[in-house]
Design a protein around this ligand. Structure first.
Ligand SMILES: C[S@@+](CC[C@H](N)C(=O)[O-])C[C@H]1O[C@@H](n2cnc3c(N)ncnc32)[C@H](O)[C@@H]1O
Length: 300
């Protein structure tokens, strides 16, 4: 990168990207090798770094600079095995990765057994999904259907619009059917994953978000929304922290969910990682200890 780029949010002037920030763990490396078909480690690193540079030029975020998009967050979640088991018992089960970025987590779920044509992903920025195809070299074989758009917007999900069962049928049985909006999956999802998304918003917006997530989930008992994001940490009041509008503790988080309808499982974990980043990236060390909220809500 010859010219300095002003990083979004951090405001940092970045003149050079550091390729050594790409430090996949063995599982991440094996996953990338398998999905891209690039076995040779050096060649794979070159491919990932080239793709990252391209993504960063268009979306200069800290998380892209730190290669967070190569992490397998979903597989580390305590509910991961349970979620995989849903697809084994319910052949029509659908899954959504909400705010998927390049779509690494949804691809991991599919690689581990969730049928690709019953897996969906959505993000505000469609170009992330295009970069995902570049990264995984799978445009011609990826079965996951993606919708670009603002999850809060009516053209993505309308609260008052009834489910069109005919489009749902088409989506499930015709893998070529385009996902035109999320109304087509309303009340149908058996599992929804959302990582590092809620903490981007203030408390009232998080409540709206939780309500929209609940609207997407199937009423079948055991249907689950799960994910993780930064927490305020023990001994601190929920609120604004690290420049993020509202971080929770488990109690304040669970107040977002209707406890009559959902069983909440929430834990706060000390983490060496800031927003899933690499422990030795160093940049956020001055912020002290940080904690993530690892959560799930299951339909009763
Ligand atoms: C911090 S990233 C997390 C990405 C991914 N889930 C992960 O864990 O690596 C937040 C994501 O939320 C997406 N996003 C932000 N606002 C959104 C909105 N209103 N609707 C849908 N996606 C949104 C961004 O484009 C970005 O991909």
């Amino acid at each position: 990168m010859a010219v300095a780029i002003k990083e979004l949010h951090t405001g940092r002037e970045v003149t050079e990207l550091d390729p050594t920030a790409f430090r996949p763990n063995p599982d991440e490396l094996a996953f990338l090798q398998k999905e891209t078909g690039i076995e040779d480690r050096d060649e794979l690193v070159k491919h990932v770094v080239t793709t990252q540079q391209e993504v960063y030029r268009s979306r200069p975020y800290y998380c892209i600079r730190q290669f967070f998009f190569t992490r397998l967050q979903i597989a580390r979640h305590p509910e991961y095995d349970y979620v995989l088991s849903i697809a084994k018992t319910d052949k029509d089960a659908t899954f959504l990765d909400l705010a998927c970025c390049v779509g690494t987590d949804v691809r991991k779920l599919v690689a581990d057994g969730w049928p690709g044509h019953h897996a969906f992903a959505t993000d505000l920025h469609t170009d992330y999904w295009d970069f995902g195809h570049k990264l995984f070299r799978d445009k011609d074989r990826c079965q996951v259907r993606f919708l670009g758009g603002d999850f809060f917007a009516d053209d993505v999900l309308r609260i008052d619009e009834p489910l069109n069962t005919w489009t749902l049928y088409n989506l499930l049985f015709w893998p070529q059917t385009r996902l035109a909006n999320l109304n087509d999956l309303k009340g149908q999802l058996r599992a929804l994953f959302s990582c590092s998304f809620f903490h981007l918003f203030d408390l009232p917006t998080q409540q709206t978000l939780a309500d929209r997530v609940a609207l997407m989930l199937s009423k079948k008992p055991g249907s689950i929304a799960f994910g993780s994001h930064l927490s305020c940490g023990p001994g601190r009041e929920p609120g604004e922290l690290y420049g993020l509008p509202w971080l929770h503790n488990p109690q304040s988080w669970e107040r977002l969910w209707d406890r009559e309808k959902f069983e909440c499982r929430t834990e706060m974990r000390r983490t060496e990682e800031f927003l899933g980043g690499h422990p030795d990236s160093g940049e956020y060390k001055d912020l002290g200890e940080y904690y993530s909220l690892v959560w799930s809500v299951r339909r009763k």
